[in-house]
Every structure is written in structure tokens, then in C-alpha cells.
Design a protein around this ligand. Structure first.
Ligand code: CAA
Length: 382
């Protein structure tokens, strides 16, 4: 039985910063952000939009009434949750109107956890072919104003419906994971922004890909030549390239140029959004499918990386007619309709916080958004 991704969509908040504006405000050559880091725009959210509203806005357009009856598990992968105890998935489950006899959980391991969620979802569907699982990666990446990580921020969510006989990507159950206890990026309790050793985090990412790729080759006897495209966790768009290029130079596959062309197709959306943490790999997958010219049967490799660290490589094969399940027009119009903030507006929005100790109502027109703070919790508009 084939199991994998049946439906797939992303959501980003409706405001962004242009990276030239940010570079000039920070007295940096814009070419460093556009070429050196590889980012053109960066998504920024108002306080009335959080990882729960991103998640529901990404998932809602995907779900039919039949899906809502068949989904028996909701998994949200995030490292920027709104609660230390209650899972965001419980709220998402309610807002989306999913049938009540479901399991709803939140998973954490930096930018990696949605990949564990996807693997768990596939295993669950393999055992229970009639059910579906909603897997959502949702995050706000914030490093602080005037920090080295500032140009690698972003915000948004990717939602995936996992089912038997998927109509987009059949997953091959060939996952190779790697865990290493390393402090390259972490956020202790109570700390608003992560501690990060930027250059070290680049190095651990590159090293994790090299180690996993060798192990994947050893276990499967596949090579780069068996892949039509590779998608990477994308904290900034240059990162995946920095990991892939040395391995292509080492292995010298005949399709190296083609893999680099597809790599560029896989970062079109990420260049306009920035880092989604858990969602970045899956945004890159959407970008690849909606901007690349791939065919049914093509094998795609996915490299997931979460600081701390857990990394994983796995593959899927495109299903006949997958193009018809994509939402290219909706995604591009959402990106194009966003408002460009000036740097003063961005800095004000960046510092705003929701105060749970004072009741207050809000009027954000975004379909799902925080409508009220009441008695120390958030209420959401459906
Ligand atoms: N024109 C063109 N390119 C320029 C330039 C110019 N004027 N000036 C500099 N550059 C290039 C540099 O040569 C460099 O290119 P290479 O990487 O190819 O060498 C690139 O721009 C970046 O320059 P620096 O390394 O000097 O940049 P930096 O010190 O400001 O730090 C960063 C960059 C480490 C990514 C930093 O933004 C950061 O810490 N970001 C957060 C951490 C992160 O994203 N790490 C990624 C791996 S961890 C992960 O993946 C998990 C996660 O999501 C966080």
C-alpha cells in the first residue's frame, strides 16, 4: 500500500520586510542578504497571528468534510509554541472542526520535529489505511533586532494531509536519522530569542548532511543519480546549497547540474518568506513542485535538520497527476498580496507582545486570528 502526502499547502502572514530595506537600515551591503544569505523578503507577523492561526490558515483550505471525518490524529511540529503545557494541536483541532475522537499532539526538536510527525503519520496510516493524519509545521523565527540572525528570520506554516493512496508524494519508508547532542542553536526556558552560534550551526548542518548521505547510500545502494531533485531544510536559501555542493563535488554524479537547477526551483518561495523553522523543508518541497518541471515517478530526496541536533533524509516518488493537487495560484497570490513594511513599522511590530494578564479584543481581518485575550488565554476567530 502506498502512503504519503495527499494534500499540501502553506500560509504566511500578510506583512513582510524587503531585504534591501533591512540591509540599508543595518548599514550592510544589500548583496550580502540577497546573494550571500540568499534572501529577498522576510515574513513578519502581527501579535494577532501566531503559530495556531498560521496552522489553521494553512490547513483549512485543504480539508473537505470527508477529511474532517477521516482525520484521527493532528500533529503540530513547532519550536515557538504559545503554551508550555497545552498542545497547539488541540486548539487547531477545534478551530478546524475535526471529528472529536482524535489524538492531538505537539512535537518538539527545533526545526526537525515535523519530519518526525510525518514519519509517525505514515506509520499510523500504514496500520490503519482508512484514516488520515493532519501534520502541520508552524513557527515564528525570531533572533532579535540588530542581531546576526536577523536576516534569517521568518514566519508561517505548512499543512499536509497524510493518507493511503496519496495524490502528491508517495513516501518510501527509507528514512535515515542522525542524533548528535550539540549546542549550535537552543532556547532555554524563559528566553525570548534563541542562543545561536551561527557559523558552528552552518558547519553542523553541512556535516550532518554528509554523514547521513553516506549512510543512506550504504543502506539503500542509491546514488544522487537516482534522484530528480533534492529539497533541504532552508534556514536561509544558501544553506542547503552549502551542504549539497561539496557532496556533489565529492560524488561527481552525472546529473549534478540538473540537481542544482532543481535546488533553485526549491527555494523560490523560501527567498520570499525566510525561515519557517519546522516548515522550511516543506515550503521548499512546495516551491520545488510548483516551480520545477518534474514528472510522475520522479524520486525526490528531503533533508530535514533541527539544531541540537536531529537530522533525517528520506525520499518520495511523485504520483501521476500530482500537479492537479497543487495550489500554485493561491500561494503566489498570497505572497503577492502582502504589505511591505518599512523598517520603523517592522521594529514596532517586532517588539509588540500579547499581554495575557489584561483582557482585550482585537480586530484582525485575517480568517483565523487572535480575537480576544480573556482570563489568561487566547481566543481565536474562526
Ligand atoms: N556580497 C555578497 N556576499 C556577501 C557579501 C557581499 N557584500 N558580504 C558577505 N557575503 C557572503 C559571505 O561571503 C557569506 O557567504 P558564504 O556563506 O558562502 O561564505 C555569506 O554572505 C554570509 O556571510 P557571513 O557568514 O559573514 O554572515 P554572518 O556572520 O552575518 O552570519 C549566519 C550568517 C550565520 C547565517 C547568521 O545569519 C545566523 O546566525 N543565522 C541564524 C542561524 C542559522 O540560520 N544557521 C543555519 C544552520 S542551523 C539550522 O538550519 C537550524 C535553523 O533553522 C536555525
Amino acid at each position: 500500500m502506498n502512503v504519503g502526502i495527499d494534500k499540501l499547502a502553506f500560509f504566511v502572514p500578510n506583512t513582510f520586510v524587503d531585504m534591501t530595506d533591512l540591509a540599508l537600515a543595518r548599514d550592510v551591503d544589500p548583496a550580502k542578504f540577497h546573494i550571500g544569505i540568499g534572501q529577498d523578503e522576510m515574513a513578519v507577523n502581527p501579535t494577532t497571528q501566531d503559530i495556531i492561526t498560521f496552522a489553521t490558515n494553512a490547513a483549512a483550505p485543504l480539508l473537505s468534510e470527508e477529511d474532517k471525518k477521516a482525520i484521527d490524529m493532528v500533529i503540530v511540529g513547532t519550536e515557538s509554541s504559545v503554551d508550555e503545557s497545552k498542545a497547539s494541536a488541540v486548539v487547531v483541532h477545534d478551530l478546524l472542526g475535526i471529528q472529536p475522537f482524535a489524538r492531538s499532539i505537539e512535537m518538539k526538536e527545533a526545526c526537525y520535529s515535523a519530519t518526525a510527525g510525518l514519519a509517525l503519520a505514515c506509520d499510523h496510516v500504514r496500520l490503519n489505511p482508512d484514516v488520515k493524519v493532519l501534520v502541520i509545521a508552524s513557527d515564528i523565527a525570531k533572533y532579535g533586532l540588530n542581531t546576526g540572525g536577523e536576516p534569517t528570520q521568518g514566519a508561517g506554516s505548512v499543512a499536509m494531509v497524510v493518507s493511503a493512496n496519496p495524490r502528491i508524494l508517495k513516501l518510501n519508508n527509507d528514512n535515515v536519522a542522525l542524533t548528535q547532542d550539540i549546542y549550535d542553536f537552543w532556547r532555554p526556558f524563559g528566553q525570548a530569542y534563541p542562543s545561536v552560534d551561527g557559523q558552528f550551526s552552518n558547519a553542523t548542518y553541512i556535516n550532518a548532511f554528509a554523514q547521513i548521505w553516506e549512510e543512506y547510500e550504504r543502506r539503500t545502494s542509491l546514488s544522487f543519480e537516482d534522484f530528480a531533485a533534492l529539497a533541504f531544510h532552508t534556514p536561509y536559501t544558501k544553506m542547503g546549497k552549502k551542504a549539497l555542493m561539496p557532496m556533489l563535488e565529492k560524488k561527481k554524479p552525472q546529473n549534478a547540474d540538473e540537481l542544482m537547477v532543481q535546488f533553485e526551483n526549491g527555494i523560490v518561495y523560501n527567498r520570499r518568506v525566510g525561515n519557517l523553522y519546522t516548515g522550511s523543508l516543506y515550503l521548499s518541497l512546495i516551491s520545488l513542485l510548483e516551480n520545477g518541471e518534474l514528472a510522475a515517478g520522479n524520486r525526490i530526496g528531503l533533508f530535514s535538520y533541527g539544531s541540537g541536533t536531529v537530522a533525517e533524509f528520506f525520499s518520495g516518488e511523485l504520483v501521476e497527476g500530482y500537479e492537479q493537487q497543487l495550489r500554485k495560484v493561491e500561494h503566489q497570490s498570497m505572497l503577492d498580496a502582502r504589505k511591505r513594511l518599512n523598517i520603523a513599522e517592522y521594529e514596532v511590530m517586532f517588539e509588540e507582545k500579547l499581554d495575557l494578564n489584561h483582557n482585550k479584543t482585537f480586530d484582525d481581518p485575517t480568517p483565523y486570528s487572535v480575537s480576544e485575550i480573556l482570563d489568561n488565554h487566547r481566543l481565536y476567530k474562526k
